[in-house]
Design a protein around this ligand. Structure first.
Ligand code: DP6
Length: 360
């Protein structure tokens, strides 16, 4: 089994003065949800996600050797402009990963980042953002240690991304990624995401995710606080077991292509996630009235047409509408005719299953 120690590098064989890399990393949408964690970003249960294709963060990392190595030194730009309020998060990230990337204090970094999705659309940019930054840092480490295998490169990028934001570790690779130990998934680990190891049924090829932007406002309760409220939660232990069971079920479903069963697990997971919020202490609600309107419309449409469209939610009010590519036209009709009315400024984003981080 791979342990944290395997990510602490031994001496580097090469050196580099300065350079620039650029990577894109996508967002991901969990089918079985990560909700609850232990110290050091270890998940309380395993999760599985579709990597997305269009919702991405593009990050360039310029670096140059500096005098002295007492402090982290970096500038952070968002769409080319300095963004001071992102800096504490990056500072904390650097502190967490320093033991795994001991060169961090030797360089000054300029991190320039932008998203392909609208700012404050309610789409979490932490997964794609942390993944993009982590993999850029791995490009630098690879220059210092050119012998590094491709496998280690991506594994460690996911490992580092996890330390920035848990779900980010599922954004390095595509197209279906598991994070967290699970007895039926070979190679699965609490430390990094792994590509789903079995063959995935044709039905899931180019699976569509249309994200309905219901509420773009700031969330009242952040994911970090939400995870924390799973400690001493009355239903937590049973929930963690259920996630293991649902992952076994979804594994079989991804292999067999059974869309009816897929829908049951995915919708149940979304509602269970929000049930955990409703039953936390203090309790809270991230869904909005329009979230429920959309869910009811999807159910009605599915009952009437038998079209295998379903929804999932992340930690917010937006609705991810999931469906196979061959019913795209019908579902987009539903969205345009009925569902956009429940979106803020009629906004939605068409996405689909994708293949992970790319070097630009
Ligand atoms: C509801 O990964 O954002 O989207 O590790 O504290 O950064 P941190 O949390 P984060 O939590 C995401 C939770 C979720 C479910 C999921 O993506 O599995």
């Amino acid at each position: 089994m791979i342990s944290e120690k395997d990510f602490i590098p031994s001496n580097y064989t090469h050196s580099i003065e300065k350079g620039l890399y650029k990577w894109s990393a996508p967002s991901n949408i969990a089918l079985v949800k990560y909700w609850g964690k232990k110290d050091h970003q270890i998940p309380a249960n395993p999760s599985i996600s579709f990597t997305l294709n269009n919702c991405k963060t593009l990050t360039s990392l310029a670096f140059e050797k500096k005098e002295g190595n007492d402090n982290f030194s970096f500038d952070l730009l968002f769409e080319g402009k300095p963004k001071e309020d992102f800096k504490p998060k990056i500072q904390k990230f650097f502190e967490r990963i320093e033991q795994y990337l001991p060169f961090l204090k030797e360089y000054h970094f300029t991190i320039n980042t932008e998203n392909t999705f609208p700012h404050s659309s309610g789409i979490a940019s932490s997964a794609s953002g942390m993944a993009a930054l982590a993999i850029n840092l791995m490009s630098l480490e690879k220059e210092l240690n050119p012998e590094m295998t491709e496998e280690h490169f991506f594994q460690k990028a996911s490992f580092l991304a996890r330390l920035g934001s848990g779900s980010a570790c599922r954004s390095v690779k595509g197209n279906v990624v598991v994070w967290g130990n699970h007895n039926e998934i070979d190679g699965s680990s609490d430390l990094f995401g792994v590509e789903f190891p079995s063959k995935i049924h044709e039905n899931f090829k180019n699976y569509q995710d249309t994200i309905l932007l219901v509420d773009r406002g700031e969330k009242q309760v952040s994911s970090t606080v939400g995870h924390d409220l799973m400690h001493n939660h009355s239903y937590a232990e049973r929930r963690f077991e259920q996630a293991h069971e649902n992952l076994s079920k979804i594994k079989a479903i991804l292999e067999s292509g059974n869309l009816q069963e897929f829908i049951k697990i995915v919708e149940s997971e979304a509602l269970t996630l929000h049930a955990m919020m409703l039953t936390s202490m203090p309790y809270y609600i991230l869904m909005k009235p329009n979230t429920l309107e959309i869910i009811n419309r999807i159910w009605k449409f599915r009952n009437e047409t038998n079209i295998p469209v379903c929804f999932t939610l992340d930690a917010g009010a937006n609705v991810h509408v999931l469906y196979p590519e061959n019913v795209r036209e019908e579902v987009l009709e539903l969205i345009k005719n009925e569902l956009v009315g429940f979106c803020q400024n009629s906004q939605y984003i068409c996405d689909e299953i994708g293949f992970g981080a790319k070097k630009l």
